[in-house]
Design a protein around this ligand. Structure first.
Ligand code: PLP
Length: 395
């Protein structure tokens, strides 16, 4: 048999999905498992969104529709971004995609040439380096280190820019660290992009899940209108993971490329789901603020409880719904901590190396579960921690 395309051997999967598979296997054996590995809100889609989707189907909105998205949704998005992110865009700059990940993939496909370098946050969403490699580009990580409060260091970014650099990926609030980039960091990244003529791919999927501060989109910074692409979707902010709905806000000269990629792949996003998305953005039932206030309570309780587990150290995330726990003081590797938690305690978390080499001393937990479930998870981890407390110091 002839081999598959070589790009398949450089792309990689997601750690969360393989942990999920093992956790499911244990469940089939009758074990009780608490799932803290997946980045999926435990809320379901708001009832008015489901009603809007049903209504659209009944009205016959089950046809092919405009490739860039239905005008009603693009218009609503322009109003939504103005209302929630104080940015002014034209509906003509919006391209609707079947999920944020496809929006990201196609934005990178539209911009990156084989051999181009793309800067990305590391630890970060595994798709960034994987997609770049699949396209023949070179991903270059910039660190999110504890010594910088998990913020990017713009001077490190500046030092890593070469004549081959084409784009910088930003992700605020970020997965897996929960970092909300400061105004100063974003301003400096924008300046670097302008100075070196780079695109900025701003993955803003967690924009609405931010604790106690105003969200600053990359599009607010000078020079960004022509070179920043916002990548976002409905999975996290509206608990609509299974609808597969995302979008890109792109400069006018990039939009035709994204539409070309749509024509050559998904054609258009399911028409009825786009009408449901209009209702999600209007949020007539106040679903997103309610979800956020629930996440706020969970964050407070869960982070405090995790910090009481021997060997665990964790700062409070400023956004998203992940706890990024430093486990160095356990004296064992993050993989071993995760193995003990899953096999002995029935708690699924992800070892940080799944998000890049500098995540190796960390574990990521999602706190998109009820406060009672999170309490029980930490109790179980506490009991299982006996396994690492008996490890001789210095090992
Ligand atoms: N970007 C980041 C940072 C994410 O964490 C995720 C999902 O976990 C995505 C993109 C993909 O989102 P979607 O479900 O819309 O494809």
């Amino acid at each position: 048999m002839r081999p598959l395309a070589s790009r398949m051997s450089v792309m990689s999967g997601e750690g969360a999905l393989s942990v999920y598979a093992r956790a499911k296997e244990l469940e089939r054996e009758g074990r009780s498992i608490i799932h803290l590995e997946l980045g999926e809100p435990d809320f379901h889609s708001p009832a008015p969104v489901i009603e809007a989707g049903n209504r659209a189907l009944q009205e016959g909105k089950d046809r092919y529709c405009p490739m860039a998205g239905v005008p009603a949704l693009k218009q609503e998005l322009a109003e939504y971004l103005q209302r929630t992110r104080s940015i002014r865009i034209s509906p003509e700059n919006v391209v609707i995609a079947p999920g944020c990940k496809i929006a990201l993939f196609f934005a990178m496909m539209a911009l990156l040439e084989p051999g181009d370098e793309v800067l990305y946050p590391e630890p970060g969403f595994p798709g960034y380096p994987s997609i770049a490699l699949g396209l023949g580009a070179t991903p270059v990580g910039f660190g999110l280190h504890e010594k910088n409060q998990l913020q990017p260091d713009p001077e490190e970014i500046a030092a890593k820019i070469t004549p081959r650099t084409k784009a910088i990926i930003t992700n605020s609030p970020g997965n897996p660290t929960g970092t909300v980039y400061t105004d100063a960091v974003q301003r400096r990244i924008a300046e670097l992009a302008v100075k070196h003529d780079l695109y900025v791919l701003s993955d803003e999927i967690y924009a609405r899940i931010i604790y106690g501060q105003e969200y600053l989109s990359m599009l607010r910074y000078p020079g960004m209108q022509d070179r920043a692409l916002i990548i976002d979707g409905f999975s996290k902010s509206f608990a609509m993971t299974g609808w597969r709905l995302g979008y890109t806000v792109a400069p006018a000269h990039v939009v035709p490329a994204l539409v070309m990629l749509a024509i050559n792949s998904y054609t258009c996003v399911a028409e009825f789901s786009q009408y449901a998305a209009v209702e999600a953005l209007r949020d007539s039932g106040g679903h997103t603020p309610r979800m956020l206030s629930e996440f706020t309570k969970r964050r407070e309780q869960f982070i405090a409880d995790l910090n009481r587990v021997p060997g665990f150290r964790c700062a409070s995330p400023e956004g998203a719904f992940y706890a990024w726990v430093n486990i160095m003081d356990t004296g064992i590797s993050a993989e071993e901590v995760c193995r003990i938690m899953l096999e002995d305690a029935g708690v699924a978390g992800i070892s940080g190396a799944a998000f890049g080499p500098s995540g190796k001393d960390f574990v990521r937990f999602s706190f998109a579960s009820s406060t009672a479930t999170l309490k029980e998870a930490v109790e179980r981890i506490h009991k299982a921690s006996a396994a690492w407390q008996t490890v001789p110091a210095g090992r």
